[in-house]
Design a protein around this ligand. Structure first.
Ligand SMILES: O=C(CO)COP(=O)(O)O
Length: 138
């Protein structure tokens, strides 16, 4: 499965803790991240992560492009709900696209935990259930 990891600055310590706690699950998947998020997670865990641009420089849009190609299976996006972001339209576009393509997305650590445990338990059947077998891919 392809997993995207993204966190605003105030949430980076949280995403590092989540990625550290669940690194054995994450390690079994293809990981993507926006620039600085990918850096802090790989520094802390050694996980291999494909890093896109930093969010304000287009990273959210690069993740969005994969979503729009049905190439993203799960997203953890720890948004900072207390700070305005200069690239808010990109953030909203990513959230919108994840709903367009029914991709599970966690916007806080609690949901991230449930999604990762659900992934490990093999619960990710949404493509088959919603769209039928033809769109299922690894
Ligand atoms: O801004 C972001 C998401 O909107 C995250 O970008 P960085 O991972 O580069 O900090």
């Amino acid at each position: 499965m392809k997993i995207a990891l993204i966190a605003h600055d105030a949430k980076k310590p949280e995403i590092v803790r989540i990625a550290t706690a669940y690194q054995e699950i994450l390690r079994q998947h293809e990981l993507y991240a926006t620039g600085h998020t990918g850096q802090v997670i790989s520094d802390a865990t050694g996980l291999k992560i494909h890093r896109f641009n930093s969010g304000p420089l287009g990273g959210d849009q690069q993740v969005g492009a994969l979503i729009s190609e049905n190439q993203m299976d799960l997203i953890i996006f720890l948004r900072d709900p207390l700070t305005a972001q200069p690239h808010e339209p990109d953030v909203n576009a990513l959230l919108r696209l994840s709903d367009v393509y029914d991709v599970p997305i966690a916007t806080n650590a609690g949901t991230a935990e449930v999604l990762l445990r659900g992934l490990a338990a093999g619960f990710l059947d949404f493509r088959t259930i919603v769209h039928g077998d033809e769109e299922k891919h690894e």
